[in-house]
Ligand binder design. Structure first.
Ligand SMILES: Cc1cc2nc3c(=O)[nH]c(=O)nc-3n(C[C@H](O)[C@H](O)[C@H](O)COP(=O)(O)OP(=O)(O)OC[C@H]3O[C@@H](n4cnc5c(N)ncnc54)[C@H](O)[C@@H]3O)c2cc1C
Length: 406
């Protein structure tokens, strides 16, 4: 049986980043990917902010980017919008190019890739972990000193090795998306759309790639019941893009709530969506996947060199991750999501009415939460009153903590 230093399951951004770090440190690495090609199907709106590239110290490659984010239109439930200039805050990626480039970097560093190889189970002893998988339909197995689960929501790796992977319904965004062709789409702005008819407890998006072409979709949520996002996608597209042509249709989920999890154990680490690191409000998980994969890869590489793959040694990974990913911002976002479950369309219309005069055709000097919090509190104090009225006062806490800290 083949023996590796590390097996990485999943060749998304998290897996490729982890594999690259492990291989670059001289370890023998195998990546198992169940699809027939890296980035075969991509479930994503493809937006990413600069924050993550800065946290990683990376300069984004031109080929990764399909559009720059400078203007955003925010639509309220009634269908009116405010248009705000945000300056340069991030990009719309070309995820297929991006993911393949990350995999190519891992391969150049020495990682081996096996596709289509579906991980099916694992066995762990004190000396190794065995990854069981099917390759071209046949059962296979390899042993390694370390396994990294980068296999997305409800990680099979985590489940096989006894980590908590079942996601409570309230922590899930149910998503439906299309690649949308429509003459009316302007590459100059992105759209965010709220309201219970198109995206209950979530939002719909239009992330434009260029004039006439966008990644569009809905993310919906509920505290207790699983929701089918498709009728909402239909409602969104029919209302805003009745003549749009759909060039794809994909359903998926975004799991959140990773700040409460333990994404490691003896000889195992979970990264990216497998560790539920996407932002609770926006569902943004590309940056967390890159950062967690990179840090887990670095810690794993050191642990392999020291020949200490204990849970205690690997626990350094989430500590470093959360120090760089801003745990406080994540917790606030989680609390806001909780509050959002209690928002009615009337509340959203009220919020929209308050925010619209503050932001419409304004140019923000920054998208820093303190700057925006100050703008809201000084320009629309009624929002603080609404926040106090609502559930757990999370919105109020958000405003207070962004301004005054904890
Ligand atoms: C509709 C939608 C819109 C989104 N929009 C955004 C956005 O605009 N910005 C943003 O930052 N984030 C967004 N996200 C989240 C983002 O796409 C994910 O957080 C990100 O892809 C996570 O990367 P990952 O490497 O952890 O997982 P993935 O990219 O999901 O990669 C996991 C890989 O593991 C493979 N795999 C799974 N199971 C197995 C198995 N048993 N054996 C072998 N291989 C396996 C899969 O095939 C896949 O290639 C969105 C998500 C959705 C669903």
């Amino acid at each position: 049986m083949e023996f590796y230093d590390a097996v990485v399951v999943g060749a998304g951004p998290a897996g490729s980043c982890a594999a690259r770090e492990l291989a670059a440190a001289g370890h023998r690495v195998l990546v198992l990917e169940r699809q027939r090609q890296v980035a075969g199907e991509i479930f994503c709106a493809e937006g990413i902010t600069d924050f993550w590239f800065k946290a990683l110290g990376w300069e984004p490659e031109k080929a990764w980017i399909s559009n720059h984010v400078e203007n955003v239109r925010v639509y309220g439930p009634a269908g009116d919008y405010f248009h705000v200039h945000v300056g340069h805050v991030g990009f719309i990626l070309e995820r297929r190019v991006f993911d393949r480039d990350l995999a190519a970097r891992a391969a150049s560093a020495g990682a081996e890739f096996l596709l289509p190889a579906r991980f099916t189970g694992a066995e762990r002893t004190k000396d190794w972990v065995e990854a069981q998988f099917t390759y071209l339909g046949k059962p296979e197995r390899v042993r390694a000193r370390l396994i990294v689960g980068a296999d997305g929501p409800a990680s099979a790796v985590g489940k096989a090795l006894g980590l908590e992977v079942d996601v409570p319904i309230s922590d899930i965004h149910y998503t439906a998306q299309v690649l949308l062709s429509d003459q009316g789409i302007s590459g100059e702005w992105l759209g965010l759309y709220a309201g219970s008819e198109i995206a209950p407890h979530g939002y719909a998006w239009l992330f434009t790639k260029r004039d006439g072409l966008a990644n569009a979709g809905v993310g919906v949520a509920d505290r207790k019941i699983r929701i089918d996002p498709l009728p909402y996608l239909e409602a969104f597209l029919t209302r805003y893009f009745p003549r749009g042509k759909r060039l794809s249709r994909l359903l998926s989920v975004v799991p959140t709530g990773g700040h409460r999890l333990k994404p490691y154990g003896d000889r195992v680490m979970l990264v990216g969506d497998a560790a539920r690191l996407a932002d609770p409000i926006t569902g943004g998980g590309i940056g967390p996947a890159l950062l967690s994969g990179t840090i887990a890869g670095q810690i794993g590489a050191k642990a392999l060199s020291e020949d200490n793959l204990s849970a205690k040694r690997l626990s350094e990974y989430p500590k470093i991750y959360w120090s760089k990913a801003d745990r406080r911002a994540y917790e606030l976002s989680y609390a806001l999501r909780e509050a959002y479950f209690d928002f009615t369309d009337d509340d959203l219309n009220y919020l929209f009415g308050q925010l619209s005069p503050l932001f419409h055709w304004k140019s923000l000097q920054s998208v820093d939460s303190v700057y925006i919090g100050r703008m809201i509190l000084s320009g629309a104090p009624g929002i603080a009153a609404l926040a106090v009225k609502k559930g757990k006062n999370a919105l109020f806490r958000y405003l207070k903590e962004t301004l005054f800290g904890r």
